[in-house]
Design a protein around this ligand. Structure first.
Ligand code: CA
Length: 228
């Protein structure tokens, strides 16, 4: 899953090589990234610009990461903040969380973990702001609107629910039963065959989006990006 173009990250890291590497990874996931290299610039950027999330190194020239978060929270900002700590130091973590950080990662960390943590932070802080996007297909969960390359496609309520579930689990195999459990209010009857019907209708509607719903024989489905 790729988050929509509205995810804007402030990256604060004084090591230029690490900063470049992280920025490249996040941009590769469709995020807009501003990079600053010291605490004072971070403090200014956070006052001047609208962000979705900040990734903040603790050890910085000028004011450190703790102080940047403290000032941010003292201004009443709820911006999600993920701290990067240089070592697995419990004191640093506790202090960071006390200052108002939401999460932390210990260096060195794996890129997919950073991406996953940031998405989770943004989703938690403002679930409405995050569209689901894959290939040319975009779902706006708040408006319950699905578009392919900007053009709205019509989906029934159940088709929407199935597609939303598949998008939330893109590139992962899901069983028919998982789909049923996810889309139905408790107690309502839906057969495995009905799921197959929804899937075939959805396939017909999204076949121009550059994504496919693969059948995993005897088990379920997997939504993934394909060539257009
Ligand atoms: Ca540092």
């Amino acid at each position: 899953m790729i988050l929509g173009p509205n995810m804007h990250v402030l990256l604060v890291e004084d090591d230029p090589v690490l900063a470049d590497g992280i920025a490249r990874i996040l941009r590769g996931h469709g995020m807009v990234v501003d990079v600053v290299h010291n605490g004072d610039d971070a403090d200014r950027a956070l006052q001047a610009r609208e962000m979705s999330v900040a990734v903040l190194d603790i050890g910085l020239p000028g004011i450190d990461g703790f102080e940047v978060v403290r000032r941010l929270r003292s201004r009443g900002s709820q911006l999600p903040v993920l701290l990067l700590t240089a070592r697995d130091d419990v004191q640093d973590r506790v202090r960071g969380l006390e200052m108002g950080a939401d999460d932390y990662l210990v260096k060195p960390f794996a890129a997919p973990e950073l991406v996953a943590r940031l998405k989770a932070l943004v989703r938690r802080s403002n679930p409405r702001s995050v569209d689901l996007q894959l290939g040319g297909l975009q779902l706006d969960p708040f408006a319950r609107r699905a578009t392919i390359d900007g053009l709205t496609i019509e989906l029934s309520a159940r088709e929407w629910a199935v597609l939303e579930y598949l998008m939330q689990h893109a590139s992962r195999v899901v069983s028919k039963q998982q789909i049923i459990d996810a889309i139905l209010p408790w107690g309502e009857e839906v057969t495995l065959n009905a799921v197959e019907v929804y899937i075939s209708r959805i396939r017909a509607k999204i076949d121009k989006a550059g994504i496919t719903i693969k059948t995993i024989r005897g088990f379920g489905y997997m939504l993934e990006q394909s060539a257009r």
